[in-house]
Write a protein that binds this ligand. Structure first.
Ligand code: MG
Ligand code: ZN
Length: 225
């Protein structure tokens, strides 16, 4: 009984990976590098993108994943960056993550010939987004200091799956009892050597380094190909 259940989950992830590879082939063919941006709800993904996409040195687009609505896409479209909305509530059972098949369904709507970098803003959730590749080249997560220092230990897969961890809302540190050194030590414990940046999407502190990192992704992907 238990073994059957494990098998079904593995098959589902295999199927997802196959579709993710097809997505990646499509992105590669158009010379588009793809970043999968993940976090818990409210960690500040959209606000960070508003900051980082403004003045970005490469042509970027956003695929905005949400269960419902287009609130974040509406905000980002003010930046004159092409934004495509993908709602998991419309035909995908309101899933709490994006998977390769959902992203595949959005590819025809993406202006792939007009961009060099696609940022996929995943559904806010610290659990399943880490399990589903969608065809991305790099994975970033945002962890707000308001979430407390224990999150890497509670959700190790998410923190391990990412090559860059943005510690956001650092402007709030004086008002919190969070121990940021402990948070970074916990990150190091689950993902040794993980790159991290301390940022505040609200004040803009640290965002220049993130913007530079994002701008280098397409060249890095081309060099690795
Ligand atoms: Mg958002
Ligand atoms: Zn989910």
């Amino acid at each position: 009984m238990h073994r059957t259940k494990v098998r079904v989950v593995e098959d589902a992830l295999d199927a997802n990976n196959t579709i993710a590879r097809a997505n990646r082939d499509d992105f590669d063919r158009h010379g588009v590098a793809v970043v999968n941006l993940m976090s818990a709800p409210g960690a500040g993904k959209t606000r960070l993108l508003e900051r980082a996409l403004d003045g970005l040195a490469v042509r970027a687009g956003v695929l905005e994943g949400d269960v419902a609505g287009s609130l974040d896409a509406d905000r980002l479209s003010l930046l004159h960056v092409p934004v495509t909305q993908l709602n998991t509530g419309a035909g995908f059972g309101g899933e709490c993550h994006l998977d390769a098949n959902m992203v595949r369904s959005a590819i025809p709507a993406l202006p792939l010939d007009e961009i060099d970098l696609l940022v996929i803003e995943n559904v806010g959730n610290l659990v399943c987004p880490a399990e589903f590749r969608v065809g991305e080249d790099a994975r970033i997560m945002v962890c707000s200091v308001t979430e407390g220092e224990d999150k890497p230990l509670k959700y190790p897969l998410m923190f391990r799956a990412c090559e860059l961890v943005l510690i956001n809302k650092i402007d709030l540190i004086p008002h919190l009892e969070v121990d940021v050194e402990r948070l970074l030590a916990n990150l190091e414990a689950v993902n040794p050597g993980a790159r991290h940046m301390l940022v505040s999407a609200r004040t803009g502190e640290g965002v220049d380094a993130f913007r530079d990192w994002l701008a280098e992704v397409p060249a890095r992907v081309r060099a690795a190909a």
